[in-house]
Unconditional design. Structure first.
Length: 142
């Protein structure tokens, strides 16, 4: 189940015909995200499996499956920063149980990213989704 923020991104992607315009939009989304403090860019927040440097810092409100999921993230690559923004739109504000029920590959397929990202970027995107699921699982068990 996608959030309204993600649905808005999907609608914008439908409007943008050219993939260069879509890439520019992804980069613009990334520029809107606040950066992370260097103090939290540590191995515990780093996402392995990404060609770029990526850090995801969870912010969970509450406990158990009904806890509300949110995260901050940053990458040293502009397009990846935009992908973090897309994932933020997909997941943030949902319960951790809803995060775990989200079919991220299907939702992201609505944007057509799989056909237009390099293999390394696609692997990195999958690694970020896996990390988010791990964080949500940990929060649900708390």
């Amino acid at each position: 189940m996608a959030t309204a923020a993600f649905d808005e991104i999907a609608e914008t992607f439908e409007f943008l015909d050219d993939w260069e315009d879509r890439y520019r939009h992804v980069i613009e989304l990334g520029k809107e995200l606040p950066g992370l403090d260097d103090a939290v860019k540590v191995p515990a927040t780093k996402v392995e499996g990404c060609a770029s440097q990526v850090w995801l810092l969870p912010r969970i409100s509450g406990t158990g499956p009904k806890a509300i999921f949110d995260f901050d993230g940053e990458s040293d690559a502009m397009i990846v920063q935009g992908l973090i923004a897309i994932l933020h739109a997909l997941y943030s504000g949902q319960s951790v149980s809803a995060v775990l029920q989200t079919d991220a590959p299907a939702e992201l397929a609505r944007l057509g990213l799989n056909d237009h990202l390099s293999a390394q970027r696609s692997n990195g995107l999958r690694a970020m989704v896996e990390r988010i699921n791990i964080l949500a699982n940990e929060a649900a068990a708390a």
